[in-house]
Write a protein that binds this ligand. Structure first.
Ligand SMILES: C[S@@+](CC[C@H](N)C(=O)[O-])C[C@H]1O[C@@H](n2cnc3c(N)ncnc32)[C@H](O)[C@@H]1O
Length: 190
């Protein structure tokens, strides 16, 4: 297929937003795939802050970083992404050029532990405040599960209402696929 799939497109957006030396945020570390991807883009002169509320996810991500020899530039935070503005020191805010959320539950983990609309929206708002102009937030929205349907609605309502002078909002979605496939909402701060 020539059209980029959802995950490749999410990565394409992150690559566009980030350069070596930047700070990137993985808002949902999970098994650490995105943290590793971000760490490779920002290189050893940059930094990745990676959040997850599950200790299991933080451990998995730590192991992945060690296996790849890049734990020196990754800061793992075992708490909710809604605390992002407090966790990242003020002097680093202007270097936060991209953030990724993979919403939903941890693949292979407890399906009852899912991202929730309130904390997701809090984190998006905090990121829009601290990021410099051009900062990009990529949300991969999984909406097959019950809580995901509600979260999808809330994220769409919130992002569609963002003032176009303050942010560009993009939706990337395959519209004729079965079983509620994930889609992307990306926000670029202006
Ligand atoms: C779909 S998984 C992420 C998959 C991950 N990107 C990967 O590469 O494996 C969603 C993750 O979000 C985490 N999560 C749920 N609520 C959270 C919150 N408020 N802050 C940070 N992480 C949260 C879950 O524990 C789960 O590990």
């Amino acid at each position: 297929m020539k059209l980029l799939g959802i995950l490749p497109f999410a990565r394409f957006l992150l690559e566009q937003a980030l350069e070596p030396g930047d700070i990137a945020i993985d808002c949902t570390a999970g098994n650490g795939h995105d943290t590793l991807f971000l760490a490779n883009i920002v290189t050893e002169s940059g930094k990745v802050y990676s959040f997850d509320i599950q200790e299991q996810a933080i451990k998995q991500t730590q192991i992945k970083m060690e296996e790849n020899g890049i734990n020196n530039r990754v800061c793992l935070i075992n708490q909710g992404h809604e605390t992002v503005a407090q966790v990242i020191p003020d002097e680093e805010h202007r270097k936060v050029k991209a953030a990724i959320f993979n919403l939903g539950y941890l693949p292979g983990g407890d399906k009852d532990i899912v991202t929730r609309p309130d904390s997701t929206l809090q984190a998006i708002q905090a990121l829009l405040t601290i990021m410099p102009k051009g900062g990009t937030i990529v949300l991969v929205i999984y909406h097959g599960h019950e809580e995901g349907k509600n979260e999808r609605k809330e994220v769409e309502t919130f992002t569609e209402a963002l003032d176009q002078r303050k942010a560009h909002v993009l939706k990337y979605q395959f519209t004729n696929q079965a079983n509620n496939p994930p889609f992307i909402i990306a926000i670029e701060k202006r």
